[in-house]
Design a protein around this ligand. Structure first.
Ligand code: 5GP
Length: 192
């Protein structure tokens, strides 16, 4: 998506060779009009997927997931992060390792909001190693619901997330695909 690529080039900040900070419009301050456009685009890609719910991982996925859910006209489900496993029979729980903090967490969701009849679209801000999305996928599958796909704003294509998730059978859609952040310079994959 051209608009997102332009925004990344003008406001994104590269840290090291593999982290992109987009705090001015996604991760700290959020641009609602821009986010609405991102949600419309993701919803449009999955419009024939019979989606019944959009699920995301707190907290940076909430804005794009909410906008996507609005355009698909379905509820949005927030999967919560806990520092450690808790004893609660009403939760589905799974352990996830985190790319940005390098610490693991327990991802959990109430059994009340997922059922075997659901077709769930996962939406997140970034796709890096695919750990967060794979965790979300495990929770959805624990409920016997169907995972309908993954929509992300930014994919770091030099990391193995897409490959790993596609090998698990997931339809992955990214609005911007970054080939490299080397030398502090953002390069996108050529589409088409
Ligand atoms: P993964 O589980 O795919 O390795 O990492 C995905 C999660 O890590 C995303 O939900 C996002 O919050 C965070 N993340 C990974 N890479 C980056 C990055 O370069 N910039 C930012 N802002 N977040 C990232």
């Amino acid at each position: 998506m051209k608009l997102l690529e332009e925004k990344i080039l003008s406001e994104g900040v590269v840290e090291g060779d593999d982290i992109l900070k987009v705090d001015s419009f996604i991760n700290h301050q959020v641009d609602p009009a821009l986010m609405e456009g991102f949600g419309r685009e993701i919803a449009n890609h999955f419009k024939d997927g019979h989606i019944t719910k959009v699920a995301t991982i707190e907290s940076s996925g909430i804005a794009p997931a909410l906008m996507t859910a609005r355009f698909l006209n379905v509820p949005m489900l927030i999967m919560k992060k806990q520092p450690s496993r808790i004893l609660n029979k009403n939760l589905y729980q799974t352990e996830v390792s985190s790319y940005t903090t390098e610490k693991g967490y327990e991802l959990c969701v109430s059994r009340d909001y997922l059922s075997e009849d659901d077709h769930v679209l996962i939406v997140d801000d970034f796709l890096a190693n695919g750990e967060a999305a794979a965790g979300a996928m495990r929770l959805i599958r624990l409920s016997h619901a169907t995972v309908a796909g993954l929509g992300v704003l930014i994919e770091k294509s030099f990391q193995p997330g897409r490959e790993k998730l596609e090998s698990l059978g997931l339809d992955v859609y990214a609005l911007a695909r970054i080939k490299s952040l080397e030398g502090g310079k953002v390069t996108f994959l050529e589409e088409g």
